[in-house]
Design a protein around this ligand. Sequence first.
Ligand code: SF4
Length: 137
Amino acid sequence: MQFCRRPGWWTVDEAEAVVRAGLAERMMLELSPDRSYGVLSPAFRGCECLYAVQEYSKYGCTFLLHGRCDLHGSGKMPLECRFCHHDRRGQGEICHAALEQDWNTPAGQALVERWQRLTGFWKRGINLRMRDTLKSL
Ligand code: SF4
């Protein structure tokens, strides 16, 4: 549960299946440190369909309900949650880096764009303000 304060990441293929399952509105968009690519991840509670912003991180993952993962057993739990944090203890950074590489691809960024269209991401004022802030940094 400690890991659920910082939601784990899906692979691109997993995230696509989650979008197809109708859960796009439970995701948020994380940006790489250099802001060159994005990653769709389970949202912080209250941060659904928004950029991942620090203010919401204290609320933890939107799929954590009553101390349990709502995705457990559904086949939709992110690889980083079910595998990297448990079966590969101590190798979290390597696992996370591999997931970053998976997202930093044409397929990964095409899915981000599709998700943005599907959820009306750019129609949310907070995202536009965040984009302007990021541009000015
Ligand atoms: S998807 Fe499930 S296991 Fe992963 S961070 Fe969210 S609640 Fe925790």
